[in-house]
Design a protein around this ligand. Structure first.
Ligand code: GDP
Ligand code: GDP
Ligand code: MG
Length: 356
């Protein structure tokens, strides 16, 4: 082929190539659209799944208490004394707590006095509002499962509470969410007291894809915490979760041990721990209340996780605890599985309680 022919052919070839290119680009765009659409529908599906888990988790509370409440309200056309008395009794028996209940009833009475002709439907929505207002909103970066990470140093969260409330399980679930968000997570096995505790935590760490730092059974918890932070800092970890032994608030020595763990960690990361999370078993109702009172008095607590809300009708305890201690509920546990931990959202919680 003469050189001239090649030149003649070229514009056509260029056009074909350009066409192919345009098609490829259009295809890529389409593909990106499909990926974006799929991601959006996955996010929506995930939100729906979480709402369902929350609804299922709170079913007993809703059925046991809040449906009674809805019935009381639904049967009447006007709010009167007798109805408020009934409301009061229902709230108290639902583990909301006396002080919180008296506060809620007082504010509703004031509104009834002001608005005179409040009907039952209005009372329902006011009750929802009043309850939501009692719940502290847990701030935090939702992308990292409610935790606002710190640039250049790991976010250190220490978990405390009595035996069996779900500390270890909650750490495992939380670690899984964080590693899923692409974060590097270190877990410190500072419950060295109970023989099986370290292995139990190891199972969770492995499932979550987190790194666990451990020493042998019986060693000094503060020493484990120290090792964990050193290792986390050296390896550029994003978050550190410290498990601790269950302790009773009335054992001064054990409460002092928490202080020792805190002080030792601050030697490695000056403002650590950034969060001390008290875990409470929601199914224990007033006991959980009592533990919150004792722990917040004995040590600094800046967040709460309330577990085992599935399988209990005592979910109202979340309202009373949040109101009384003004410590935000950060997470709620609604099952034993790795995905059964939710960021606490007061609107969703109230909707799940009353049924939306
Ligand atoms: P710890 O002693 O505070 O560390 O408590 P664990 O994490 O070992 O948990 C004690 C038990 O409570 C285990 O059997 C867990 O599976 C169970 N548990 C923890 N959280 C939940 C929850 O949200 N719902 C239910 N149903 N069980 C839970
Ligand atoms: P007691 O029977 O009432 O003295 O208490 P326990 O049988 O629960 O514990 C016996 C001893 O072990 C106590 O003197 C505590 O100091 C210690 N101990 C109990 N629980 C813990 C814990 O969680 N961590 C550590 N480090 N020591 C603990
Ligand atoms: Mg444990």
């Amino acid at each position: 082929m003469a050189l001239f022919d090649i030149f003649k052919k070229r514009p056509a070839e260029v056009e074909v190539l350009a066409q192919v290119n345009r098609e490829l680009e259009a295809d890529t765009e389409r593909r990106e659209d499909i990926v974006a659409e799929r991601a959006a529908s996955e996010v929506a599906a995930e939100a729906a799944r979480e709402r369902e888990a929350l609804n299922a988790g709170l079913e007993k509370t809703r059925r046991g208490i809040f449906s009674r409440l809805a019935r009381t309200v639904a049967g009447r056309s006007r709010v009167d004394e007798a109805m408020l008395d009934e409301l009061e009794e229902i709230l108290i028996t639902s583990d909301v707590g006396v002080d919180t209940t008296v506060g809620i009833i007082g504010r509703i009475e004031a509104r009834v006095a002001r608005d005179k002709y409040m009907n039952a439907a209005e009372l329902q929505s006011i009750l929802r509002e009043e309850i939501a207002a009692l719940l502290e909103e847990s701030a935090g970066d939702k992308d990292n499962f409610g935790i606002t990470l710190r640039p250049g140093e790991p976010y250190v969260l220490m978990v405390v509470g009595v035996n069996g409330v779900g500390k270890t399980t909650t750490i495992g679930k939380l670690a899984a969410q964080l590693t899923r968000a692409g974060k590097r997570v270190y877990i410190g096995a500072a419950d060295t007291f109970r023989a099986a505790a370290i292995d139990q935590l190891q199972v969770w760490a492995d499932r979550a894809g987190a790194t666990m730092v451990r020493q042998q059974h019986g060693s000094d918890p503060a020493s484990v915490a120290y090792d964990t932070l050193r290792s986390a800092v050296a390896n550029g970890a994003d978050a550190v979760l410290i498990d601790t032994a269950g302790r009773l608030h009335n054992k001064i020595g054990l409460m002092n041990e928490l202080t020792k763990i805190r002080n030792v960690m601050a030697k490695v990361v000056p403002d650590a721990p950034h969060e001390v999370m008290l875990v409470l078993d929601g199914s224990t109702g007033q006991n959980a209340f009592e533990q919150a009172a004792q722990f917040t008095a004995a040590t600094k607590v800046n967040s709460l996780a309330i577990t085992k809300l599935d399988g209990t009708a005592k979910g109202g305890v979340v309202i009373g605890i949040s109101d009384r201690f003004r410590v935000p509920v950060r997470y709620i546990g609604v099952g034993e599985g790795i995905d059964d931990l939710q960021i606490f959202d007061r609107r969703e919680f109230v909707d799940a309680l009353f049924g939306s």
